[in-house]
Ligand binder design. Structure first.
Ligand code: ADP
Ligand code: ZN
Length: 798
């Protein structure tokens, strides 16, 4: 008798205990597959975590597995064990951890189909067709057979989004009339045809040759009939645009050769190389100034790993960085590279995931969730820009990809390299204590390139000269100078503190979200107001809902506003803007960066996303418009963030032969984070900030955990929070500190009220169990709408 241990997914009754089910003889069930089982009176999904053969008579109430949802494991043995570690670290239920590790295409309900791999070898079951659905095979009780055929490479299981060999096209529209004709065309429109007038206005706002998908037009509330009419009138044309699956099909990647390493690079390389050869686990912190050639060290160590027949994982913090990094990797390792990030379509992601699973690609370059890539025999794991907060997932399970990367490194007995020009204090402190091995590169790799000179501009003085400008006189002069020399500039605008909104100029009313305590954000691309927390969306009002006057004014995003200013100030400069609004579309990041790299623009203006990784030799000036916004956040990491951001963005200047220069505009010129960033002094910053953290009892001197309680009634949330605080205080040793309870940074989100508390501790052997218990018990309250969330080592306290 074959038995399976199954972790089931039963909302509000979660447990990490597996349940035993009988495996019917026609099923081939293995650990790491998903199955459907009955639980109480319902049918639920579950993960098989173990199987066993038993000789005893079956217990009477033992139920059989109802259906198989996979025919091969979707999670391998390593990932099943990793789920246990992740659960420990994040206080999430095991089922949540297991689900998180799956590629998203498998989580969704896509149709599954079996395809014959070769035309000549179509199995009988297919009845001559090239493919057959999962359901048909299942109905005929042939899943076990199909699993064997798949194993033998005769059939392939694909998800319905898989459209190999078929070029998918999407329909786009393009405006045909010149903008000057807008009024004339509107005059011709029949009276009362509001939709057509709207459409004309909308089209007039598109840039010349700008393509917009029909899908987007529908989202703008223009029907296909509207568009067809407009085409008949000659206002617009349709165009079919190919949608590629392979993220690299569009690009020719030229092969590059390894550089001869300089002595510091060589020393770092050798230390890592030794562990690779010995197949020994160790964690390195590679601290190298911007442009010091860390990436070259990564590439050469990975080459060794591949030569040894092993695989490699390279994590990068953000999707905006992945294309550049992936290109560098492709140029060295060609088809061995698979790319995983959220900018890919579901189909693309599945393709990349399968390449890795089959071992057709042995290097993965990807963002946070790529830490779950199905690699076998891993020889090295690299976490680039290890200090980045995007490595931490901000929803359940709240895992940190760096932690999991280190765990996988230990599992595979291989080195893990954490790289950064500005390591997190946590990692740097571990290196100080020799928990990690510190490797340092203090000079830029490129002989001719020096770290840029940084100048601080006191905006308090500047304000007296030009009251409302975002640009100091000096910055303007330098921008003009670069323009004259044909060199390029990068301008950073701190995103925080800026979001676009509408306000009544008469009464000052700002449109709030009906469900959250936050104002709605203006989206010019869709001409709507949207809540970033709950997704509520409404039209922009013509009159103020508060006073009724028509004095509504738009306050655009920081970048939009600054772009306008810049165009007025230096009209001859060609400017590219890069922020959330201009990069929403797939591939938009790459397009902007490629255009800038090809010198199609003089200035790149953007938010945080331009601060990191960019390597453009013709950039000789970096301007930071507002260094202070991050400093003013009420968070204990705000100085660290500011220092990191300024150092990172400064690193974009002077990467080629021409020397670079950085101007930092600030209202706090004396602040140590700004002063030390000016001198590229990471060590100085580390010592200073550690002193402050020590005095104020913050990480890395203390561990932290945040407990959040929410309910639809504020009183219930508050009561529970105070009750939990009392309970926890009784369990904590006197040396630990409990902050709060306080209200969340935003009290109400999606009509739920949030209260939270933070525990700071050095040693609390009982705490983990106590929190686990609180979570288990909270499931009773869940039916009354009370939710408790635990965030281990939170990124933000507020
Ligand atoms: P980092 O990752 O530390 O920011 P990069 O790896 O991007 O640095 O290197 C910065 C620049 O120096 C790149 O243009 C790279 O091609 C070049 N470079 C790296 N190593 C060497 C070397 N040993 N000799 C010459 N140029 C190098
Ligand atoms: Zn909302």
């Amino acid at each position: 008798m074959e038995l399976a241990q199954v972790i089931v997914d039963v909302p509000a009754m979660q447990t990490d205990q597996p349940f035993t089910y009988l495996i019917p003889s026609q099923m081939a069930v293995e650990p790491g597959m998903r199955v459907e089982v009955s639980f109480g009176s319902r049918h639920v999904q579950g993960f098989v975590v173990a199987t066993e053969t038993s000789k005893e008579a079956p217990a009477e109430n033992l139920k059989p597995i109802i259906r198989m949802l996979d025919i091969a494991p979707v999670l391998n043995q390593e990932l099943l064990v990793l789920a246990d570690y992740m659960k420990e670290k994040t206080f999430a239920f095991k089922i949540t951890c297991l689900q998180t590790m799956l590629p998203s295409v498998m989580k969704a309900d896509y149709q599954k189909r079996f395809y014959a791999v070769e035309e000549g070898q179509v199995p009988e079951l297919f009845k001559g067709q090239p493919s057959i659905t999962w359901e048909e095979v299942e109905a005929q009780g042939q899943l076990k057979e199909m699993a064997k055929l798949r194993e033998a490479g005769i059939v392939e299981l694909r998800y319905e989004v898989y459209t190999k060999n078929k070029i998918k096209t999407e329909r786009y529209i393009k405006r045909l009339f010149p903008v000057e004709q807008l009024e004339a065309l509107k005059a011709e429109v029949r009276k009362g045809s509001y939709k057509q007038l709207q459409l004309l206005d909308f089209l007039a706002e598109l840039a010349e040759d700008q393509l917009l998908s029909v899908k987007q037009m529908k989202a703008e509330d223009f029907s296909l009939a509207n568009l067809n009419q407009a085409r008949d009138k000659g206002w617009l044309a349709f165009e079919a645009v190919e949608q590629y699956r392979d993220p690299f099909l569009e690009k020719e990647v030229a092969q590059t050769q390894a550089f001869l390493l300089n002595p510091q690079q060589q020393a770092a390389y050798e230390a890592i190389h030794e562990k690779i050869v010995e197949q020994q686990h160790d964690v390195f912190l590679l601290e190298g100034v911007t442009g010091s050639g860390k990436t070259e060290v990564y590439l050469q160590t990975i080459a060794d790993v591949l030569a040894q027949g092993q695989t490699a994982m390279m994590l990068v913090p953000e999707i905006s960085l992945t294309p550049q990094m992936a290109t560098r990797f492709k140029s060295r390792f060609g088809d061995e590279v698979a790319v995983l990030h959220s900018g890919l379509s579901q189909g693309e992601k599945y393709d990349e995931w399968r390449k890795l699973e089959r071992g057709e690609a042995r290097v993965v370059v990807g963002a946070r969730s790529a830490v779950f890539a199905p690699l076998k025999q891993v020889g090295i794991i690299i976490v680039d820009e290890e200090h980045e907060t995007t490595y931490k997932q901000e929803e359940t399970p709240r895992y940190h990809a760096r932690d999991l990367a280190i765990w996988r490194g230990a599992y595979h007995h291989c080195p893990v390299v954490l790289g950064s020009a500005t390591p997190s204090l946590e990692s740097r402190a571990r290196a100080q204590k020799s928990v990690y091995q510190l490797l340092t590169i203090s000079e830029r790799a490129n002989q001719q390139s020096q770290l840029p000179a940084v100048e601080i501009i006191d905006m308090r003085e500047e304000m007296q000269r030009r009251l409302t400008s975002s640009f100091s006189e000096k910055l303007e002069a330098k921008l003009r100078d670069r323009l004259a020399k044909g060199e390029q500039s990068v301008l950073l605008l701190n995103r925080r503190g800026y979001s676009s909104f509408v306000m009544c100029r008469d009464c000052g009313y700002v449109l709030p979200c009906p469900n959250c305590d936050i104002s709605l954000t203006l989206h010019m691309d869709t001409k709507t107001m949207r809540c970033h927390y709950c997704g509520h969306e409404e039209n922009i009002p013509h009159r103020c809902p508060n006073c009724g006057k028509d004095k509504i004014r738009y306050y655009g995003t920081g970048t939009e506003k600054v772009l306008e200013e810049l165009e007025e100030l230096i009209p001859e400069a060609r400017v590219l803007r890069m922020d959330v609004d201009t990069t929403r579309r797939k591939g938009a990041h790459e397009k902007i960066l490629d255009a800038f790299g090809n010198r199609e623009a003089d200035i790149l203006l953007g938010t945080q996303m331009i601060a990191k990784g960019l390597d453009f030799p013709n950039v000789t000036l970096v301007g930071v418009l507002n260094a202070d916004t991050a400093l003013n956040l009420p968070d204990f990491r705000s100085s660290e963030r500011t220092f990191q951001l300024l150092t990172q963005v400064s690193g974009r200047a002077g990467r080629g032969e021409k020397p670079g220069e950085v101007l930092i505009q600030t209202f706090n010129p004396e602040h140590y984070a700004i002063q030390l960033a000016q001198h590229h002094d990471y060590e100085g910053f580390y010592r200073m900030e550690m002193g402050i953290r020590h005095q104020t009892d913050y990480p890395p001197y203390y561990y932290t955990v945040k407990v959040t309680v929410s309910h639809q009634e504020e009183l219930r949330a508050a009561q529970k929070a105070y009750q939990l605080a009392e309970q926890l205080k009784r369990e904590l040793s006197p040396k630990s500190i409990l902050l709060g309870p306080t209200t969340g940074a935003i009290l109400r989100i999606k009509n739920r009220y949030y209260y939270q508390m933070v525990i700071k501790y050095k040693q609390e052997p009982q705490l983990h169990a106590a929190l686990e218990r609180i979570l288990q018990e909270s499931q009773k309250d869940q039916r009354q709408g009370l939710l408790i969330a635990i965030d281990n080592e939170p990124m933000y306290f507020i």
